[in-house]
Design a protein around this ligand. Structure first.
Ligand code: AHR
Length: 501
């Protein structure tokens, strides 16, 4: 059976905020060290940044980059990470049972962003695990105040005359999780988040603040956590965070392929909770969503990996090597974000390099693209504009975890120049899926490109030995008929980008 939908510019979801294409750099494993920072690497610049990685980061098209954690931030002492490198202390990182050298810190992070280019924006998390209001505003003063105070002058002395201009801040990380250093109840966190937000706004009323939501929809405290935290912080913050990771469980690939069903319900449930609190407070303000950790992550392997560590420095951790199947699910997660672009205004792919990442590196060696690199780069490039309201009529299949799911998962974005890009996944593993899209009120005449990521081997992946094994190819037989119907055949288990001009 054919899957169908209609595109009409009169029916839209909302504008895509560029920050939807954010990512995340945590002091975890080799994300920073030998990932983005490796003095002595043949491509390293004067600050030790790997320029081969910088080039790939630019190609990936990331915008906001969240830093320095993640779980790491809940033990983070920002003062350790500034000033002369040789004076910076080595510390235990309780989150990942490693030793942090602080060779890379705040100043290097800002330098990294500036080298990516103007599209890259800081998104800094403050430590509300082991620390609180005072340290958050001290960091803000050090980073953002132009000069003439002890802390801002210290930044200038450290060689950063220009303030860092950090506008977007996360108030802690996953504070609902018992694994978090300084884990809190919703009441405790709501209070400290509110007080930190109030103080940060005393320095700069225009900062944008993200309160911690649940670290997953499956948490026992989910929804109640959001409601209690927002009851304290509603007028003080702009966003609530969501985190979600997906993996294949016990060989159940059909459920894995439908992971975005869960992601969409998570988003809708958080929106409902935010609006419920807003209604209770009789507020006109809307809290938007920061989906600031999302990805495919084989998390079930991680616990043992971390427990076995004896405080090494930058070990190999969470270095998942992604398959074509993972990339198709990953593309579907991007589609889920776009489909909710009216409320999801920030999203961060966790993470950027080596750690559950689209970019991999070898110390002293090459950098390459994982399978997931392609859907992200394409969506960041062509998913800018206005999301059209896509309601699919699709054949379905049954899954154990997510009930009955559509074989087709799709969205479409109309760019400022009137061109439209359709992003579509065929979740079916064995059959091609015929697709027909009726175009109403759009002056489009041709298929500019149909790019497909699929493979005869669904477990194919890119590795150091074979870094270009998987890459997108051109789809065949895709046409736009004179009566304005897009016709395509989506290969089994495929990620598709169809550009109409
Ligand atoms: O991204 C890896 C980890 O996942 C982060 O440190 C934490 O916030 C989440 O649990």
């Amino acid at each position: 059976r054919t899957a169908r939908f209609t595109l009409d510019p009169a029916f839209t979801v909302g504008d895509v905020d560029p920050r939807l294409f954010g990512s995340f750099v945590e002091h975890l494993g080799r994300c920073v060290y030998t990932g983005i920072h490796e003095p002595g690497h043949p491509t390293a610049d004067e600050q030790g940044l790997r320029t081969d990685v910088l080039e790939l980061v630019r190609e990936l098209g990331v915008t906001a980059i969240r830093y320095p954690g993640g779980n790491f931030v809940s033990g983070y002492k920002w003062e350790d990470s500034v000033g002369p490198v040789e004076d910076r202390p080595r510390r235990l990182d309780l989150a990942w049972r490693t030793t942090e050298s602080n060779r890379f810190g705040l100043s290097e992070y800002i330098a990294f962003l500036r080298k990516i280019g103007p599209q890259a924006e800081p998104m800094m998390a403050v430590n509300l695990g082991t620390r609180g209001v005072a340290e958050a505003i001290e960091l803000q003063e050090y980073a953002n105040h132009p000069g003439g105070t002890a802390l801002s002058d210290r930044r200038v002395e450290h060689g950063d005359k220009e303030p860092f201009g950090i506008r977007l801040w996360c108030l802690g990380n996953e504070m609902d999780g018992p694994w978090q250093t300084g884990h809190k109840t919703a009441e405790e966190y709501g209070r400290i988040a509110a007080e930190t937000a109030r103080a940060m706004r005393q320095i700069d009323k225009d900062v944008e603040l993200v309160a911690c939501g649940s670290s997953g929809q499956g948490m026992e405290t989910f929804a109640e956590w959001e409601a209690k935290v927002l009851a304290e912080t509603y007028d003080l913050v702009d966003y609530i965070s969501l985190h979600a990771y997906y993996e294949e469980h016990d060989g159940d690939r059909d459920s894995f392929l439908a992971s975005a069903v869960d992601m969409e319900s998570f988003i809708e449930n958080v929106v409902a909770t935010c609006d419920h609190v807003g209604a209770r407070l009789k507020s006109k303000k809307k809290i938007n969503l920061s989906f600031d950790e999302w990805n495919v992550w084989y998390m079930s392997r991680t616990g043992a990996e971390v427990a076995a560590l004896d405080w090494p420095q930058a070990p190999r951790l969470l270095e998942d090597v992604y398959t074509v199947t993972d990339a198709v699910v990953f593309g579907s997660l991007l589609i889920a974000l776009l489909r909710h672009a009216d409320r999801v205004k920030v999203a961060c792919l966790a993470q950027l390099v080596n750690v559950i990442a689209p970019i991999m590196t070898e110390p002293g060696g090459a950098a390459w693209r994982q399978t997931t690199f392609y859907p992200f780069a394409q969506t960041s490039r062509y998913g800018r504009g206005e999301v059209l309201d896509v309601r699919v009529d699709s054949p379905t299949y049954d899954t154990e975890r997510h009930g009955t799911a559509d074989l087709l998962h799709a969205t479409a974005v109309r760019a400022a120049d009137g061109t439209v890009t359709v992003f579509a996944v065929n979740r079916g593993r064995t059959e091609s899926l015929p697709l027909e899209v009726a175009l109403h009120g759009l002056s489009l005449t041709r298929v500019a490109e149909h790019s497909v990521l699929s493979d005869a081997d669904p477990d194919a992946r890119n590795t150091a030995a074979e870094p270009e094994r998987v890459a997108p190819h051109a789809g065949a037989g895709t046409v736009l008929t004179p009566d304005g119907t897009l016709k395509a055949s989506l290969e089994p288990l495929s990620w598709n980008v169809i550009r109409l001009a």
